[in-house]
Design a binder for this molecule. Sequence first.
Ligand code: CP
Length: 305
Amino acid sequence: MKHLLKMGDLTPDEVAHILDVADELKAQQKAGGTGPLLKGKSVALMFSKNSTRTRTSFEVGVYQLGGLGNYMNAATELQSGRGEPLKDTARVLGRYYDCVVWRTYRQSDLEEFAEFAGVPVINGLTDYAHPCQVLADLMTIRERRGALAGQKLCFVGDGSNMANSLIVGGLLSGMKVDCVCPHGYRPAADVLMFAHKYGSAFRLLEDPAEGVKDADVVVTAVWNTAAPGTSESESRLRDFAGFQLTSGLLKAAKPDCMVLHCLPAHRGEEISTAVFEAHADEIFTEAENRLHVQKAVLAVLLAGK
Ligand code: CP
């Protein structure tokens, strides 16, 4: 494992190993702290978009591991925001830092950056993938259920970064995965090609009721990403009618079904307030696990864990 750019970069054993290290680091942190695995190491935390969880959990995680984390707003503070070529920024930061975390738009930009940086690069979210979030989701499910293999996971929402990463991460972990998206909001073609190799363990559906039936875990994420009142927002509200996780919809799931949401949540759109609050402990443990699982990724990439 040289970088973490997408879930498809990982083997099933590598996913399991990251989760094992995350469990170990979480237990150590609860017992007083982890060792200084990143002593003397520095991590660039480069963000081209807003973030609450990814930014702060990486900042705190690097600190807890004894390293230096430097946040930088790539859009307004770095010369890359004024046109300096990506590959030049990558070659400079790679000479100062031991690792770069980057949140940006295009996966192809992230891949180009990783090609030139000369140090490990971690995807802090692109339009295509959110591997750190999905590793935290898998950690949370395994922590609560004891195992991932055989669990039925259903994603309900937009077939974008979260769907792409959950499908791959879930299948690599031996889960059955249903992905429910409206027509026109399907996951990436390469992800669907990957998923179809898993035969009946994967289904792409358009009816949320069919997907959540007998699910062990239901996951959603914001699907109304457009500014309120815009025509894009209005058309998304129309296209995703019936895609809200409500108590009624979840009656078809297993009685002890978990509900996860990567946050921030739009209550009344992709999830009802009642469902959100009924599953708040799972959802905020999922958010907490961002910290532990990202520490594990850093420990694997930079400290040979
Ligand atoms: N889930 C997630 O990535 O949260 P942020 O956008 O706040 O980082």
